[in-house]
Design a protein around this ligand. Structure first.
Ligand code: PLA
Length: 454
């Protein structure tokens, strides 16, 4: 129900309005008159304790992804299952803190020389240095040539937002092309920063694969200089990535049209289990010497969701440009949140800097990626065993954290109502939230939805 519009007929409101009119018309006597009015009247005359200045505010909708968790939390059913948000769970269905993260935190805790001073506006220098190496490669010429600026930001979302604000202020082309479909927050982040969002074709529902021709056509007809958002790997929500050959064609087309790549890398290591393999798309764009943006998140690959740790890198043509770009990034960041938090970045820097801890991390990361891949196989097998109508091979073909099932909104609603399975209304399920124990329940629910709901 819409909240009722406020009526100004009460005597209190009449007095308030006349006070406001007086203030508007007689600015010289504002302070005297307002004080006089407030002191000489009853407390309710100018300040009504029952009336909110936000009385007319409409109820906002829940977030399409994070709202799924809100609904899940309210459900008392013991069999409920949250496959909405992309958050890794163990076979026991529990959130996971990596052993290497615990070890890094212990080191940080024991180091009495560490203090809680403000970080620089651009964040922890070691974190930035090693984050750039992680995504662009240890021997990246662009790093050696000192033409990459990396700034620590508030996880992937904050990195995208800072990049978007910078582009809105300093780049001549305001249009950003994002894939159709994409992560639900992308259009909001870019629009609110002042960019104009357009879509390029990406996913073909009939093949449940990449609409490569559509993608090329749309990018070919984009205005020269337009920004193009690319998921570095493990495309969310479709789980469909271009092959390396297709990436190469996308690169050639984008460079020939002068389109500016903005990579969102939220799942490095989660697609293949290998950090370098999952960064190939970004690296082929950097290898040609051209410019690009990259937003990195450590939420998933280090399990640091709530620590909000990520980085924005801007690859420039020269050191000189990079240093001016950095100076402007500081002017973007300072009035937004001044400087980023220290703890999560210290964990990441501790791990990335130390050869042993780094390799321990890659083992734990591979185990997470492998468990997700094995969930794909188990769910596929369970549907086959039930004889569920349809071709479910996309479950094993898709890459990364999510399966874009092809289930429609009504089927999703049915599964939530009858089976207490929570997922986003577009039919996306987080494979990382499944376990061997819960696969049969999900397969039963999908089977029932497909056979009973059109
Ligand atoms: N980019 C993509 C493509 C994402 O999928 C997500 C997270 C982010 C950026 C931002 O992550 P971060 O700010 O936490 O680093 N997507 C999640 C969570 C996992 C979410 O919606 O916030 C998802 O369930 O889609």
């Amino acid at each position: 129900m819409r909240p009722q519009t406020h009526s100004s007929s009460s005597s209190t409101d009449r007095r308030l309005n006349s006070l406001l009119r007086h203030l508007q018309n007689n600015s010289n006597s504002i302070i005297m008159d307002s004080q006089t009015t407030i002191i000489s009247s009853s407390p309710t005359s100018a300040f009504n304790t029952n009336h909110s200045v936000f009385a007319n505010i409409p109820q906002g909708p829940e977030d399409p992804i994070l709202g799924v968790t809100v609904a899940y939390n309210k459900d008392p059913s013991p069999i409920k299952l949250n496959l909405g948000v992309g958050a890794y769970r163990t076979e026991e269905g529990k959130p996971l803190v990596l052993d290497v993260v615990r070890r890094a935190e212990q080191i940080i805790l024991n180091d009495r020389s560490r203090v809680k001073e403000y970080l620089p506006i651009t964040g922890l220098p070691d974190f930035n240095k090693f984050s750039a190496k992680l995504i662009f490669g240890n021997d990246s010429p662009a790093i050696q040539e000192n033409r990459i600026v990396t700034v620590q930001c508030l996880s992937g979302t904050g990195s995208l937002r800072v990049g978007a604000e910078f582009l809105a202020r300093h780049y001549h082309e305001r249009t950003i092309y994002i894939p159709q479909p994409t992560w639900g927050n992308h259009p909001k982040v870019f629009t609110i920063a002042g960019l104009s969002v357009k879509y390029y074709r990406y996913y073909d529902p009939t093949t449940r694969g990449l609409d490569f021709q559509g993608l090329l056509e749309d990018l070919r007809s984009a205005p020269s200089g337009a920004i193009v958002l690319l998921h570095a790997c493990a495309h969310n929500p479709t789980g469909v990535d271009p092959t390396l050959e297709q990436w190469e064609q996308i690169r050639q087309l984008m460079r020939s049209r002068g389109l500016l790549p903005f990579f969102d890398s939220a799942y490095q290591g989660f697609a293949s289990g290998n950090l370098d393999a999952d960064a190939q798309s970004v690296r082929i764009f950097v290898a040609d010497g051209g410019e690009c943006f990259a937003a990195q998140s450590y939420a998933k690959n280090m399990g640091l969701y709530g620590e909000r740790v990520g980085a924005l890198s801007i690859v420039c043509k020269s050191t000189d440009v990079a240093s001016r770009v950095e100076s402007q990034l500081k002017l973007v960041i300072r009035p937004m949140y001044s400087n980023p938090p220290i703890h999560g970045a210290s964990i990441v820097a501790t791990i990335l800097k130390d050869r042993n801890m780094f390799s321990e991390w890659t083992v734990e990361l591979k185990a997470m990626a492998d468990r997700i891949i094995s969930m794909r196989q188990q769910l596929f097998d369970a549907l086959r065993a039930r004889g569920t109508p349809g071709d479910w091979s996309h479950i094993i073909k898709q890459i990364g954290m999510f399966t874009f099932t092809g289930l429609n909104t009504e089927q999703v609603k049915f599964m939530t109502k009858e089976y207490h399975i929570y997922m986003t209304s577009d039919g996306r399920i987080s494979m990382a939230g499944l376990s061997s124990r819960t696969v049969p329940h999900l397969a039963d629910a999908i089977h029932a939805a497909v056979t009973r709901v059109a």
